[in-house]
Every structure is written in C-alpha cells, then in structure tokens.
Design a protein around this ligand. Structure first.
Ligand SMILES: *[C@@H]1O[C@H](CO)[C@@H](O)[C@H](O)[C@H]1NC(C)=O
Ligand SMILES: *[C@@H]1O[C@H](CO)[C@@H](O)[C@H](O)[C@H]1NC(C)=O
Length: 167
C-alpha cells in the first residue's frame, strides 16, 4: 500500500501577551507551506496488535534549518489535520488517544544533545480498549523555530500522519 501522508505547516499569529490582553484578539493559525517530514516507518495501514511495538522512523523536514528539530508523537482515533493541532503545537485533551512523548532530532550530523531524547526506533501500541480492525493514526508534530531568521516569528508547527490498523 502506498504511504499516504497529510501534512500542513502553520503558525500562530504573532500576538504578544500584552497585545493579546490589550486587544483580546483571537490567535489564528496560518498555513505557511505544505512541505513536511516523512514517516518512513511505520508504513501506512500497518497491522499492529495492542501491546506490540511497531518500527518508527521520521525524517524531519527541518524547513527552518534548525540544528535540532523538536517533534512530539501522538495517537488519535481520527485522521488528524493541522486544524487539530493547538496553538502550542499539541493535541488538546480529548483530541488524542495517547501521547508517546517528545524527542529531539539532531540535524546536519550533529551529536545527540546532552539531556535530550532522540526518537526511538520503535514505539509500543498501548492497550487502549481498541477492537481488531480499528484504524488509529500516528501523528508527528514537528516544530520549526526562528524562521525566517531575525523576524521573531513564533514557533511553527507541521503535521505528518499515517494510519495503523489494530490487529
Ligand atoms: C494544547 O494541548 C495541551 C496538551 O493536551 C494542553 O495542555 C493545552 O492546554 C492545549 N492548549 C490550548 C490552548 O488548548
Ligand atoms: C471498552 O470497549 C467496549 C466496546 O466498545 C465498551 O463497551 C467498554 O465500555 C469499553 N471499556 C472502557 C473501560 O472504556
């Protein structure tokens, strides 16, 4: 089965805390581009039983050319889009089934940053009272920082997702 990924890049409006309170302007998301990372593993539609592990390999897009890219990994029971990612680059309570964790990817051949956790090569599908044949989604949110440089742009988030069938 060909991998099918959905990805969007967006950012929150650059609203300063003080300006927010002065104007009560709602924060908005902005889709900047559609480039995104690649989930090399698991392959789309892979069958995994609860409690078993599946391979995990994410190639970050690193569109901000950061030395290190922060990602967070989530499980949802619906096909997520960038609209499901909240203003801090997370899935809000009730919008996700499981949070695997956040990891730091070294770019440009840099060493693993001391005190950080690089992405693991496999992740466990937790027991979530799912039924055989249920489709769940693995969602990776990548954060880009400070790009374009010098403009004090807030963090920008990008979503890559793929499906897993509960075996
Ligand atoms: C974003 O999601 C996180 C994690 O679920 C949550 O703690 C936070 O309150 C959410 N933020 C907003 C603005 O909804
Ligand atoms: C587990 O799923 C079954 C079938 O969907 C449901 O009846 C049951 O209430 C669920 N249990 C929990 C603890 O969510």
């Amino acid at each position: 089965m060909a991998p099918s990924f959905t990805s969007r890049l967006f950012t929150t409006a650059a609203i300063l805390y003080s300006a927010f309170h002065a104007s009560a302007a709602p924060s908005t998301r902005q889709v900047l581009e559609t480039s995104h990372g690649i989930l090399s593993a698991p392959s789309s539609g892979v069958v995994v039983s609860q409690g078993s592990s599946f391979p995990f390999e994410f190639q970050d897009s690193n569109w901000c050319e950061d030395g290190y890219s922060s990602i967070s990994v989530w499980l949802t029971n619906y096909a997520p889009t960038y609209l499901n990612v909240n203003s801090t680059g997370q899935f809000s309570e009730g919008e996700y089934s499981y949070y695997f964790g956040s990891y730091l990817i070294p770019n440009f051949g840099l060493p693993v940053l001391s005190g950080s956790t690089p992405p693991p090569s496999s992740l466990p599908l937790p027991g979530l009272n799912l039924s055989t044949g249920d489709e769940v989604y693995l969602a990776v949110v990548e954060t880009g920082t400070s790009c374009p440089p010098g403009l004090h742009i807030p963090p920008q988030y990008e979503l890559t997702e793929t499906s897993i069938i509960v075996g």
